[in-house]
Design a protein around this ligand. Structure first.
Ligand code: F6R
Length: 533
């Protein structure tokens, strides 16, 4: 089976339409096998446009549809005959007499099935068969466990198919419980087959199809015996179920992701006694989740520096620890490890505020400044320290010392710790300021207090934030100048005051065409991004 993974549904539809068009150009009197359902709708739309432009001709084409509900009248809007007329036949130059859909009103379904099969054979068989796939793996209405060596036949719909198809009816009770469908044997006689799958709801069945041997519980796996099948799916349907792990100083977070959808999350306490205990506690949770979901891969975000597969992290017991290989042995799945800030950036770019942009820089403001650079959907990596944006030097002479060994690093001026340090100095020199009073009342001086005082009109807080946003803007401007991203996404606790921060920051950044946004995922960005590694 050849697999084509498309960026999205539109690309999938265009790609499928191109293959059908090639078939019609090579053989204008082709016999097409067609499917209904939501998935091929976009493909039909493209075919209609191609036909209207004169690129393809349907005048000599014959079509056989896979299936029809039973009983149902062809005039009923839920019937597959009606669907095909609406989506394709009435919009292209096909002779309607050359379009065949099983008769859902027949008094003699057995004869209808035999005649349908004979009619396909009389037309020389199907040259190209289009299929969708049910969430339970059905093709046509060949449901799991059914006789899979059958020709066209009358069949019972499974409960899950009735449930899935009820969206086209007023209520589930209105969905016919039976259908006439081409059998697997009829489908396999087609010369070529295109199977379409779109959306996260199909990711589980697509991974079953790709990973499992032929079996009757997933009827689509029978397509594996056919020599010419192309599966065209979008990224959401293809990526399967993945597990993301975000190791933090206090908790380890887990996210199970299907396609681009978060389906489950959990967390455990970070075991800090040794690297082995931490890794085995993470493995235990991974194995628990593996029993519940068809997880295929694990991605891990960890603080620290990762070089040649070994992790060094100051706040965790990782000292040259082979995290990926160690965890992979315990969970029996491939494990990929990356820096946690990079994972958060990837998560934000795929699931959060960065979704609408191609290239983003994510900046996490906290004790230091972390960050990740995402270009064309991937993390930009250097040898080890790419993305250490907190250590770009913004004060070349006499800059503040940084624990990294340099002087004048950006995080010494624009991290939340830097803001608090400046606030402490200000409170000492202005003990009567509103900020001093607020800090006294709260019993501590934190970033929150600076914003609260500013909101209440404190001049000292206003000056502090003016200076702070100046430094923040200096670093952001440098990053924009170097990387030219579409957007800069700010994250970290301080961004909960984005309503005050952003208006002060924006006028200080000259590149007005770069969007400056606040993260929307907060604590989940790291585990979601790790799942996509
Ligand atoms: C339709 C058909 C079904 C659908 C399948 C997927 O003629 O035979 O097998 O292809 O149920 O449906 P959608 O595309 O709506 O997800």
């Amino acid at each position: 089976m050849r697999v084509i993974v498309c960026e999205d549904y539109n690309e999938l539809s265009a790609q499928a339409a191109r293959l059908v068009a090639s078939q019609l150009i090579l053989n204008p009197s082709s016999v097409l096998g067609l499917a209904t359902g939501s998935t091929p709708v976009g493909m039909y739309r493209h075919l209609v446009s191609m036909n209207r432009r004169g690129d393809i001709d349907f005048s000599d084409v014959t079509t056989f549809n896979l299936d029809e509900y039973y009983p149902i009248s062809p005039g009923s809007p839920q019937s597959y005959r009606y669907f095909m007329n609406e989506q394709l036949f009435s919009k292209v130059n096909i002779d309607i007499n050359n379009t065949f859909v099983p008769n859902g009103m027949t008094d003699d379904p057995e004869k209808e099935c035999l005649d349908y099969e004979k009619n396909i054979e009389a037309h020389g068989g199907i040259d190209l068969q289009i299929l969708g796939i049910g969430r339970n793996g059905h093709i046509g209405f060949n449901e799991p466990g059914a006789n899979l060596n059958s020709a066209t036949h009358l069949t019972e719909l499974s409960e899950s198919t009735v449930d899935a198809n009820s969206r086209f009816f007023d209520s589930e009770d209105d969905v016919p419980r039976r259908a006439i469908t081409m059998g697997i044997a009829s489908i396999l006689k087609s010369k070529k087959i295109i199977l379409l799958a779109s959306g996260a709801s199909k990711s589980r069945v697509v991974s079953e199809l790709l990973d499992e041997d032929i079996n009757t519980s997933v009827p689509a796996t029978l397509l594996k015996v056919h020599p010419d099948v192309v599966l065209i799916c979008d990224k959401d349907a293809y990526s399967g179920t993945r597990l993301g792990v975000d190791i933090g100083g206090t908790n380890v977070k887990f996210a199970v992701v299907e396609g681009r959808k978060l389906i489950y999350k959990s967390s455990i306490r970070t075991e800090k006694s040794s690297a082995d205990t931490l890794i085995s506690s993470i493995a235990d949770e991974c194995n628990r989740l593996k029993k519940l979901y068809p997880i295929k891969t694990v991605g891990v975000g960890t603080p620290g520096i990762i070089r040649d597969g070994r992790v060094n992290a100051a706040n965790l017991p990782f000292r040259s620890t082979p995290l990926a290989s160690g965890l992979s042995k315990l969970v029996d799945m491939p494990v990929t490890v990356d820096n946690d800030a990079n994972c958060a950036a990837l998560g934000e770019s795929e699931f959060g505020a960065g979704k609408k942009y191609q290239n983003i820089i994510m900046i996490t403001l906290g004790t230091g400044i972390g960050g990740g650079i995402i270009f064309d959907g991937s993390i930009a990596h250097g040898k080890s320290s790419m993305g250490e944006i907190g250590h770009i030097i913004i004060e070349a002479d006499g800059g503040r010392p940084c624990p990294c060994g340099q002087h004048g690093c950006w995080e010494q001026y624009a991290s939340v710790s830097a803001l608090i340090a400046s606030a402490k100095e200000a409170v000492q020199s202005e003990p009567n300021s509103l900020l001093s009073k607020l800090a006294e009342e709260k019993g501590r001086l934190d970033g929150e207090a600076v914003f609260d005082a500013y909101e209440k009109g404190c001049k000292v807080a206003a000056k502090l934030l003016e200076k702070y946003t100046h430094y923040l803007a200096v670093g952001i401007t440098s990053l924009i100048n170097v990387f030219g991203p579409d957007a800069v996404i700010l994250a970290g606790g301080i961004t909960s005051r984005g309503n005050l921060l952003i208006p002060m920051l924006l006028p200080k950044i000259p590149s007005s065409d770069v969007a400056i946004e606040i993260s929307t995922l907060e604590n989940d960005a790291g585990s979601l991004g790790a799942a996509l590694l």
